[in-house]
Design a protein around this ligand. Structure first.
Ligand code: ATP
Ligand code: MG
Length: 432
């Protein structure tokens, strides 16, 4: 049995005989020589076939095309002209799966690449992003588990809404009405803090977003936490520590990927080293007025453009707190000092990447919750199971939700959130 090295390990070995396997990334040839750049999940390497060594199979070698899969044995040596500094002179090879006329060639349109997403995943760019994505998911699990949180799961089919009816996906459910894909785990997570106290999840959330922005998907991965006995500041602190942990892990693990993506990762370092900026909504309006010459009427939610201007003033995320009650969800606690604002927070990423975390302390007053549900056109009777969380041993609690693709976009410096997920779903795209 041949034992295969990853291309990265073969390069590390740097001399002698090695066996590797992978896919043809580039090919060029002449009568006497064929150069193949082979790719696997770890790296790429130039391999050279000499016609003298393969007289009988030269026709097959000559016709090797991009994305054919090969097993190769040969001698590896340094070669500064080769793309990763090493070259393998091939002694033996097997064509495992041929590939004729691979559809993705240079300079394809974004639309074509989206239609061929299943193939585009093999690109070095997507491979790099998917590796960062894997690190991010791992780091979120690691963070919460180290902090003593239990992983807990809410249903995806839900009979209530939490983030506003306008982005609800209603689904056919055996002839029943009022069944939706979850926008958040929250209303089914709060009941579980009475058993587990500290819980988290990473799960898909669904939003029927009608806007075509660079940061909204209809299906995204949502890392959420809920904490019993929590004050508002505890929620914010967890959010900041989680983000610091995730970025730290990516910087430890994925510098090569960030370089391939031409991401200036120095821009991420302040978020690890410095405290995040915290300000109330009122302070945000003042800063927008004085430093950005932007007037926001009190009571209006911050728009993308305002968030962008505000965050460009800092090199770390900005946490805006105490938003007007009327722009936030029904479950946020009224501020004890000013009932017009709520104990909710948005974490806004630097460099214009927008909101990455939304969190809040949860209102404990049953009657206030019911009144706010009614104001939003909801029937409190549909929320009976949820309201029980306030009837039997209610405790101060809160939580937040982080859009995993939003932080991947920021960390990788992507132009669009669509590249932060393998098969993006938007209003216009649900295939392949
Ligand atoms: P936005 O104002 O950007 O639409 P939101 O206020 O609707 O965000 P929340 O309901 O607080 O967001 O959801 C929690 C987190 O989930 C957000 O901070 C964001 O990171 C992420 N998120 C929300 N909607 C989307 C979406 N459509 N696509 C990707 N991530 C999203
Ligand atoms: Mg939204």
């Amino acid at each position: 049995m041949t034992s295969y090295l990853s291309i990265q390990d073969a390069i590390k070995k740097g001399e002698g005989t090695v066996s590797i396997r992978g896919w043809v990334h580039r090919e060029r040839g002449s009568n006497k020589l064929k150069f193949i750049v082979l790719r696997d999940s770890s790296n790429i390497i130039q391999c050279v076939f000499k016609q003298d060594n393969f007289a009988k199979k030269w026709d097959e070698i000559d016709h090797l095309q991009v994305e054919a899969s090969l097993e190769i044995s040969g001698t590896i040596k340094k070669d500064p002209r080769a793309p990763t500094g090493y070259e393998i002179e091939v002694k033996k090879y097997d064509l495992v799966g041929k590939s004729d006329n691979y559809p993705i060639t240079k300079d394809q349109s974004a639309e074509f690449l989206a239609d061929n997403r299943h193939l585009w995943l093999r690109s070095r760019r997507m491979t790099a992003i998917l590796k960062v994505r894997s690190t991010v998911f791992g780091a979120i699990h690691e963070y919460f588990r180290n902090e003593g949180f239990y992983e807990y799961h809410s249903p995806i089919f839900q009979s209530v809404q939490a983030e506003g009816g306008s982005t609800l996906f209603e689904v056919p459910y055996f002839g029943n009405k009022g069944v939706f894909l979850g926008q958040t785990w929250q209303l089914y997570a709060e009941p579980a803090i009475f058993s587990l106290e500290k819980i988290y999840t990473i799960s898909p959330s669904f939003r029927a977003e009608r806007s075509k922005t660079s940061r909204h998907l209809t299906e995204y991965w949502h890392a959420e936490m809920e904490l019993a006995w929590a004050e508002f500041n505890d929620i914010i602190d967890y959010g900041e520590k989680l983000l610091k942990h995730v970025i730290t892990r990516v910087l430890e693990t994925n510098k090569a990927e960030l370089e391939l993506l031409e991401r200036d990762y120095k821009k991420l370092e302040p978020a690890v080293k410095k405290p995040f900026v915290r300000m109330s909504y009122d302070e945000a309006l003042k800063i927008l007025k004085t430093k950005c010459k932007m007037d926001v009427e009190w009571g209006k939610d911050l728009r993308t453009i305002e968030e962008e201007k505000l965050t460009k003033l800092y090199d770390v995320p900005v946490i805006v707190t105490h938003y007007p009650k009327k722009v936030k969800a029904f479950y946020m606690t009224e501020d004890p000092k000013n009932s017009e604002v709520v104990q909710g927070c948005d974490f806004l990423a630097p460099e214009g990447y927008g909101e990455i975390i939304g969190g809040s302390h949860r209102e404990h007053d049953l009657e206030k919750i019911k009144a706010r549900l009614r104001e939003q056109g909801e029937n409190p009777e549909d929320y009976e199971f949820y309201l029980d969380t306030r009837r039997y041993g209610s405790v101060p609690h809160g939580g937040f939700g982080l859009g995993v693709e939003r932080i991947i976009s920021w960390i990788c410096g992507l132009d669009t959130i669509k590249d932060a997920i393998p098969f993006p779903r938007t209003m216009e795209r649900y295939k392949p």
